[in-house]
Design a protein around this ligand. Structure first.
Ligand code: NI
Length: 135
């Protein structure tokens, strides 16, 4: 039997969609307003899901307080109220699209979570646009 526990978090960050290999004109053509040189912000909603067996001793799949602490120290402290392009190592040379942000978050979390648990990351960039990454 497998069950999924979920934790929802929120962070604000600025970014600019930008491919360093392209001219400013091509970036503007492909990314439009999202490539505005002076950046723009999003209210990101992050949902992290862990799937696995229920521990018969605790009744938990994973202690959600522990997951909350992990997301705070590893993700929110790193990205909240940051300019992703300028302030973070992860996106200095990686285009901070929602897809890449979800992948980076998954890669940061994976080594911190027991191997027998499946990890899934959902990232909402707007209310209507979101991406999912399961590794
Ligand atoms: Ni954007």
């Amino acid at each position: 039997m497998k069950l999924t526990v979920c934790r929802k978090e929120h962070f604000n960050a600025a970014h600019r969609l930008y491919n360093q290999a392209w001219s400013d004109e091509k970036n503007a053509e492909i990314f439009g307003k999202c490539s505005n040189p002076n950046y723009h912000g999003h209210n990101y909603e992050l949902i992290v899901k862990l799937s696995g067996a229920i521990d018969p001793e605790t009744g938990y799949v994973y202690d959600l307080k522990k997951l909350s602490d992990l997301l705070k120290t590893e993700i929110l402290d790193r990205f909240d109220h940051k300019n992703l392009n300028l302030d973070t190592e992860e996106f200095r040379h990686l285009n901070p699209s929602a897809e890449n942000i979800a992948r980076v978050i998954w890669d940061i979390l994976r080594p911190n979570i027991r191997e027998d648990l499946e990890l899934a990351v959902t990232l909402y960039e707007t209310e209507r646009n979101f991406v999912e990454y399961n590794g």
